[in-house]
Write a protein that binds this ligand. Sequence first.
Ligand code: UD1
Length: 416
Amino acid sequence: MIKGRNPLNGEVVISGAKNAVVAIIPAAIIANGVCIIDNLPAIEDVRCLQDTLIKLGAVCELIDEGTLMVDSSNLNNWNATFDSVRRIRASYYLMGALLARFKEAKVALPGGCNFGTRPIDLHLKAFRALGAVIDEDYDNGVISLKADRLVGTNIFLDTVSVGATINTMLAATLAEGVTTIENAAKEPHIVDTANFLNMMGAKIKGAGTDVIRITGVESLHGAEYMIIPDQIEAGTYMIAAAVCGGHVSVRNIIPKHMDSLSAKLKEMGCKVIEGDDYIDVISDGNLSATRVKTMAYPGFPTDLQPQMVAGLSKADGISILTETVWENRFQYIEQLRKFGCDITIDGRVATIHGVSQLHGAEVMATDLRAGAAMVIAGLSANGITKIGNVRFIDRGYEKIEYKLKALGADIKRVKE
Ligand code: UD1
């Protein structure tokens, strides 16, 4: 429940990156030893993966708030077809990790947010190129992979894919010889996963560029690692500050990761001040319209698209937002219209006519980032907003209502 129109002021500390941790926890399976993962975000996707690793036979427990210990020395099961696997999209990383460790894996098809077809053909193509034989059983929703040997090779990804890049890195860490991934994705969580694997003894070079080289090693050992801050959580608070007005200091971040958003917010009329590990957003709430196109990193992230659309709904003038990554990521617009947002969709293009006022609404979060967009709309709207299905938001935002409340928002979680 949100009572809108409060300005936001103060500091918000950003948690560890969801899209990094969901790759790093499965990566810990490959190590023969104990991994300590710090800056762990307290989000549903992490709890789901923890549950999954325990079921596979690993010891996986919180040893402190924000610190997870994974001991996979006795992990002896490569069959991950249970329910917790189906609940999140990133469970596809179990394929690469189990394949690396056991040369065999049986993994339930991933779930997660539904914004159009989310194929994994590139992941499977890369595994096949490394030597895996794959059975795709779509009737039962299970993928089985098996290899006598995994042998390094050249892999060109037809589309820039975060998941396929990371999954190929995972599978190739223990392969014989050198694997080269061309047209690799460059997102910060790819660099983070590569850094973690290297701390465990892998030999990966080039992560963060579009060519990654992995020289296979015999085995990986345990390591202690600190997850990078969440680029998308940070961006969500930056957009919220811009729309609601006020002065918000977004702390514990890597400002470079926010370049595409910072540039847009400046264009829209906000003051954006960058420090070493923080960004201050200062806004009077009067924003101007702009054009945005989502792209792979370092472009504007598709995972900030819904939040940006909510923000642009109150900007003066007509904004155009083009979604180039996902074919069907505007399903939530229907919900935003309930706030009085004036948005038309034509294929992958949203035209947003800025309105001076939004009004509170009763809406349903349709997926994780769309849920965040509704929070932003509610914060900037007159009156009361009620958002249902907040479990989607909990998949990726740690303590969102506490963090916003500390900034001055009138928001609370109610049980019905
Ligand atoms: C990851 C993020 C997700 C984000 C997306 C794009 C995680 C856990 N999720 O998802 O939040 O929205 O990156 O930044 O990190 N594609 C194929 N074949 C494949 C794989 C992808 O055609 O095998 C296409 C997709 O349809 C999409 C594009 O490639 O159009 C990008 O997808 P990808 O980067 O793979 O997204 P995910 O890894 O699923």
